[in-house]
Write a protein that binds this ligand. Structure first.
Ligand code: CP
Ligand code: NVA
Length: 289
C-alpha cells in the first residue's frame, strides 16, 4: 500500500490486514498498552470541508502511536486556489511524513498523490470515504464476529459513503443492497444490487445503513423525493431480528433517520465513530511501515 485513496484500488489482502490490525490496535488501547512506533513522525491533516470525527480520530490516533499532527484548515492552504494542487503536494511532502486530505473533487486528491512523495490518505471526497468503510466493517465484525451470511441494506442517497461501503462489501464478498430514489443512484463503475422499494431492500437485512441526504457542498438540494427512504422503527421491523443500525454521522434526525432509531438498542453509531480512530491507526501504521 503506497496511498489509501479508495477501497477499489486496495487489494482484498491489504483490506483484511487493515481490519485485523485495527482490531489488535483497539484491543491494545482498551488494555492500556502504549505504543511509540511513530515517534518523530508527523501526520498532516488538510481540510477543505468541516469535520468532527475525522479530525479528532486522526489527531488522537496519531498521538496514540507516538507521532504528532499538524492540522491545516480550508482558509489556510486554499488547495488549488491559493496554490496549485501539485505545488502544495510537493511542499507539504518536504515537511510531513504522511498526509490525510478531505476535499471536494476526487481528482484533486489523485493529482496530489501523483506529485507527493509521502503516503496520502483520503479523508473524504465527493466521490468516496474509504476510511469510513473500514471503520464500518470493523463495527460489523465486532457485532457479528464474522462476515459470513451478512446482508447490508443501504438506504438513501447514492453518495461517497455508499460508494466505499459497496466497494468494501464487494471486495470482501458481503451481500449489499442499495435503495435510492430515482436520480440518486450510485454512479458506479461496475454492477451492484439495486432495489427501488426500501421495504423490500431492508427485508431480512442484518445491517441497515443510511447517511445524510444532503452531503457537504450540496446545500440547498431538494429532499422530498427521499422521504420513503427514511429509516424509522416501522421500516426497521422488516430487518432481521438481530439487525443493527449504522450511520457515519453527522445525522439529521427527522430526515434520513428518526430519533427513535438513532437512540435504539440496535444503533451502533457511536461504536462506528470510535472505530474510525482504530481503523485509521491501522491505515497510518501500514502506510508508514
Ligand atoms: N463521518 C465523518 O466523516 O464525520 P466528520 O465529517 O465529522 O469527520
Ligand atoms: N455524505 C456525507 C458524509 C459526511 C461524513 C458528506 O459528504 O457530507
Amino acid at each position: 500500500m503506497k496511498h489509501f485513496l479508495d477501497i477499489k484500488n486496495t487489494s482484498k489482502e491489504d483490506l483484511i490486514k487493515l481490519l485485523n490490525l485495527a482490531q489488535t490496535l483497539k484491543e491494545e488501547v482498551k488494555s492500556g498498552q502504549q505504543r511509540d512506533d511513530l515517534q518523530g513522525k508527523t501526520l498532516g491533516l488538510l481540510f477543505q470541508k468541516p469535520s468532527t470525527r475525522t479530525r479528532v480520530s486522526f489527531e488522537i490516533g496519531m498521538g496514540q502511536l507516538g507521532g504528532r499532527v499538524i492540522t491545516l484548515q480550508k482558509d489556510e492552504v486554499g488547495l488549488g486556489k491559493r496554490e496549485p494542487v501539485k505545488d502544495v503536494a510537493r511542499v507539504l511532502s518536504r515537511y510531513v511524513d504522511i498526509i490525510m486530505i478531505r476535499t471536494f473533487d476526487h481528482t484533486d486528491i489523485e493529482e496530489f498523490s501523483d506529485f507527493a512523495s509521502i503516503p496520502v490518505i483520503n479523508g473524504l471526497t465527493d466521490f468516496s470515504h474509504p476510511c469510513q468503510a473500514i471503520a464500518d466493517f470493523l463495527t460489523i465484525l465486532e457485532n457479528f464476529k464474522s462476515l459470513d451470511g451478512i446482508k447490508i441494506a443501504y438506504l438513501g442517497d447514492g453518495n461517497n459513503v455508499c460508494r466505499s461501503l459497496v466497494e468494501l462489501a464487494q471486495k470482501l464478498g458481503v451481500e449489499i443492497v442499495v435503495s435510492t430514489p430515482d436520480g440518486f443512484e450510485l454512479d458506479y463503475d461496475g454492477t451492484y444490487k439495486q432495489v427501488k422499494d426500501p421495504r423490500e431492500a431492508i427485508k431480512g437485512a442484518d445491517v441497515v445503513y443510511t447517511d445524510t441526504w444532503i452531503s457537504m457542498g450540496e446545500e440547498g438540494k431538494s429532499i422530498e423525493i427521499f422521504t420513503p427512504y427514511q429509516v424509522n422503527s416501522e421500516l426497521m421491523k422488516l430487518a432481521s431480528t438481530r439487525a443493527i443500525f449504522m450511520h457515519c454521522l453527522p445525522a439529521h434526525r427527522g430526515e434520513e433517520v428518526t430519533d427513535e432509531v438513532m437512540e435504539s438498542e440496535a444503533s451502533k453509531i457511536f461504536d462506528q465513530a470510535e472505530n474510525r480512530m482504530h481503523a485509521q491507526k491501522a491505515i497510518i501504521k501500514t502506510l508508514l511501515s
